[in-house]
Design a protein around this ligand. Sequence first.
Ligand code: ZN
Length: 347
Amino acid sequence: MMHAYFSADQLRHHGQTFMVAGEARPIPEVPERAEILTTAIKRLGLDLRTPDDFGMGPIAAIHAPEYLKFLQTIHAEWKAVGGSDLVVPGIHPFDRLGPYPRSPAGKAGFHMGDTSCPISATTWQSAYASAQTAIAAACQVRDGNARSAYALCRPPGHHASRDIAGGFCYLNNSAIAAQELRLKYDRVAILDVDLHHGNGTQHIFYARDDVMTLSIHADPRDFYPFFWGHAEERGQDAGLGFNHNYPLPLGSGDDAFLAALDRALAMIDHFSADAVVIALGLDASSDDPFGGLAVTPGGFAKIGEKIGGINLPTVLVQEGGYVSNTLAENLFQFISAFQATTAGSPE
Ligand SMILES: [Zn+2]
């Protein structure tokens, strides 16, 4: 039976509002998401566990020391100079060549990419717990206890780079899980099926040839994160040829998504990956409030079946996917089909 991981501490963060089209709107990355996804875990009969605390080591293997300090201390610093209860950036540097900023406003602009990742008094606690959930799932697979595991990560992670939060993300759970797998496996692939390009994950591994990053998403010329996710971005230096993007036109449905998935899975095969992390966003759903792509519950079943078909040690890391009538159903369909395909595999 597949194990799933989740910690109640992950429910403590609630970001409230972010700026869209010049106005403050509710952040859809709400604690309720985790409760809805948990209903799918229970329906699947997965063994739901609270993760152990693996400490800061696996997180510090991905994120910069000053960024980890920032996430833990900025809320108190911000309040001490008269800031509100949520840290939100109001200014960003042209480049990152100057000295490290001293003021809370400067630090916020330096370490936050947009307004969608506000930091409250409880944000660090939830982000840390979400990372521990990913680490627990990765260790379960890496240590040979299971062929696959599911991490119900919330807040999500794939928009967070080495030292910048963004897009509801603080710690890059998928990247942290991949780095844990690297302790055993020589070649690890991260396949991101979230509606949005996994720009943080791409940035973290862009110059590396030991972790291949692949992302299927709505075309960034029309959609968040806007600056990254184009097909021309292939990696740099040793990492050239180890980053692959599959942007899809807005409104694309199951067929276009599955065709891109076939190409991505062929690339993972060509890479001879030893293990894979699936950055499992469910917001490509036709029912998702973001409305960028139009994948059906049956489409998520086919995605799960195809990913199960590559028959590699697999860590499923929850990314996006927002409250809709089919959020739980989409996770159920994906994992059911994934498990049915991998049922005969050796443990
Ligand atoms: Zn997303």
